[in-house]
Design a protein around this ligand. Structure first.
Ligand code: HPA
Ligand code: ZN
Length: 326
């Protein structure tokens, strides 16, 4: 079978996806009109044209601004529904989705608004397409640890539907060590732990995430390649890395896709996976990311199959579920 068809047809998981980053310009525009939110754009095309970034922060500024149009339960339902439709189209059978409560609670939109919206779309997708979904509650690292602890406490009613906690937003200057207490508390509550580390930040942030936050999976982690000892640690422990190729190009982590190190990391024996991160902002959903590796890095069938297997191995599915797909 041609590689492109294999990409499309293989059942896959996605492990690094921010639901707020799936807000398409068309939906942003429609919700701004619905709620009378003033956007600094005069058309959908102008929104799309604004998606030129030179760093993580330049993207985050637009990402938080965009999320401001999400106001009621129906908006969050539509957002989740539309991402899960993409999952169905890309043959994603299991997805572990990050959401940023503080992006909403900070502007007066509570858990009682976004959680029921998400849940309705998830229940429908399970019933309609058999997609399995886990939720990862991410703390914003540019805010304080006290704010993260407050968020963990506010989420109490929803613990049964949350699988893991995560750490995202501005990496530089906000090291994992800032969040030891909240991750210790989350782990004690039985949550799996993930953290963005080594996207823009140094390898030391990956060490901190492993040793201090005791994470179960690294989000991004591509800067691990600068530290041989770290590569060994990640390989020996079988730690999964959720790499996001198109995101890394859009945010200038690598100059272009031909420079991306994902296949080098794979060759070094790391459990790297392919993910879309914020597909609406970065120009592609999951299969587009795999196709970019085929086009620009000459990914072959063996590498593709290993990456897809890794997506199951690195997931938080129970062993018997994973094994069904391996
Ligand atoms: N990095 C950090 N924070 C984020 C990202 C990312 O790629 N996407 C959404 N929040
Ligand atoms: Zn991310």
């Amino acid at each position: 079978m041609k590689l492109i068809h294999l990409i499309e047809q293989l059942p896959k998981t996605e492990l690094h996806l921010h639901i707020e980053g799936t807000l398409e310009p068309e939906l942003m525009w429609a919700l701004a009109e619905k709620h009378g939110v003033a956007l600094p754009y005069d058309s959908v095309e102008a929104i799309k044209a604004a998606y030129q970034f030179d760093s993580l922060q330049s993207f985050l500024d637009l990402y938080y601004q965009g999320a401001d149009v999400l106001r009621d339960e129906e908006d969050f339902y539509q957002l989740m529904r539309s991402y899960l439709q993409h999952c169905h189209a890309d043959n994603i059978v299991h997805t572990e989705i990050m959401f940023d409560p503080q992006t909403h609670t900070e502007r007066g939109v509570g858990f009682d608004v976004f959680m029921p919206g998400f849940q309705r779309a998830i229940d429908e997708a399970k019933k309609q397409w058999g997609i399995s979904v886990y939720l990862i509650m991410s703390f914003l690292r540019h805010l304080s640890e006290a704010a993260a602890i407050e968020t963990l406490n506010k989420a109490r009613e929803y613990y049964p539907v949350i699988k893991a906690v995560g750490l995202d937003s501005s990496e530089q200057g906000n090291p994992p060590e800032k969040f030891v207490k909240v991750f210790t508390a989350a782990r004690a509550l039985g949550f799996k732990c993930v953290a963005h580390a080594g996207e823009e930040g140094p390898p030391d942030y990956i060490w901190q995430a492993l040793d201090l936050l005791k994470i179960d999976r690294v989000d991004h982690g591509v800067r691990a390649e600068e530290d041989e000892q770290l590569i060994k640690r990640l390989r020996d422990s079988g730690m999964a890395l959720t790499v996001c190729p198109q995101s890394n190009i859009k945010l200038c982590v690598f100059d272009n896709m031909a420079q991306h190190n994902i296949l080098d990391l794979l060759e070094q024996g790391l459990c790297v996976t392919v993910n879309s991160d914020d597909p609406s902002y970065f120009g592609g959903y999951l299969n587009d990311n795999y196709k970019a590796l085929m086009t620009h890095l000459a990914m072959n069938e063996t590498a593709l199959v290993q990456l897809v297997k890794n997506s199951f191995i690195g997931s938080f599915l129970p062993a018997e579920e994973k094994n069904k797909w391996l």
